[in-house]
Design a protein around this ligand. Structure first.
Ligand code: FAD
Ligand code: FES
Length: 266
């Protein structure tokens, strides 16, 4: 992990408040693993003071891309940045997804901007010739991202929207349940990133069907390296710091990717 000053190559508008920023960063291109993230300084001023975390979305030749949703002051500032400007970031941070061995099948579940790190994972799994089924869920058509990119990775893609404006109407977890209830061969692993409610539901389904599952959690962060204790997540006892019934781990240092069985879901 190191601090990098990287030139912005592009900062494209994907519509509906989503953008993709590409930066020249050979160190990150060489060292980042799917599921890891970077902490980005939004401006040279003291406001916003804290860096903002973003999962590595894609590794390009000599750089990386981040996919982000504009939700507040920090992301608004990032959205205004132009190619040629310099970004101050730290990374790669955190743990990555543990890849399956051999050439098994995997199910990848992405909710909303959770597609960001899942695409990087999909690209790496494609290189390992892992058969993938990607389930993308969103509120409506405009929240479904990267469908074509996943197809380019050779993945079978299923889309769900809550309002039925694209794909199946309902929640992405409905499709996951149906897939696993099928009598066909079980996938070797499920990988998921998205809102906490979705991750909890995915973890429950994985447990019911006894399929190994890794989830990438989101928590507000400050230092990003396990020092400020600002991003705790409850894990089952025996998995982290002391407590009763549960203990704490830090999402930034011990995660953001966890085995779903480790999390003390509430
Ligand atoms: C490990 C990690 C990886 C992430 N990767 C991505 C990514 O690839 N793409 C992406 O769009 N976003 C990602 N996020 C979320 C992103 O960091 C926040 O959206 C961002 O920090 C918001 O900054 P802001 O200043 O624009 O918003 P703020 O003004 O700080 O907050 C605006 C709103 O967003 C909520 N919020 C802020 N931070 C988070 C957070 N970490 N998790 C959930 N809600 C938050 C706040 O509660 C508030 O409602 C990631 C978060 C983590 C922890
Ligand atoms: S953000 Fe400081 S410990 Fe995680």
């Amino acid at each position: 992990m190191k601090q990098i000053y990287a030139k912005i190559l592009k900062n494209e508008n994907l519509g509906n408040g989503f953008r993709r920023i590409g930066i020249a960063a050979p160190y990150l291109a060489k060292n980042a693993k799917p599921g890891q993230f970077v902490e980005l300084r939004c401006s040279g001023e003291t406001d916003p003071l804290l860096r903002r975390p973003f999962g590595v979305h894609r590794v390009t030749k000599g750089g990386i891309e981040l996919l982000y949703e504009i939700v507040g002051r920090g992301t608004e500032i990032i959205a205004r940045k132009k190619p040629g400007e310099i970004l101050d970031l730290i990374g790669p941070l955190g743990t990555g997804f543990v890849l399956p061995s051999g050439k098994p099948t995997a199910i990848l579940v992405a909710g909303g901007n959770g597609v960001a790190p899942i695409l990087f994972l999909s690209e790496v799994l494609a290189k390992k010739k892992v058969k993938q089924h990607v389930l993308i869920g969103g509120r409506s058509k405009s929240h479904i991202l990267c469908e074509k990119d996943f197809k380019r990775c050779g993945a079978r893609v299923s889309v769900t929207t809550e309002d039925g404006s694209k794909g199946h109407k309902g929640l992405v977890t409905h499709i996951l349940k149906e897939l696993l209830a099928d009598n066909g061969p079980k996938p070797a692993a499920i990988y998921a990133c998205g809102p906490t409610g979705m991750l909890k539901a995915v973890a429950n389904i994985a447990r019911t069907h006894r399929v190994s599952c890794q989830v990438s959690l989101e928590e507000k962060m400050a230092c990003g390296v396990g020092v400020c204790l600002g991003c705790p997540v409850k894990v089952k006892r025996g998995h982290g710091l002391c407590g009763t019934g549960y203990e704490y781990k830090m999402v930034c240092k011990d995660g953001p990717v966890f085995d779903s069985e480790e999390i003390y879901w509430e």
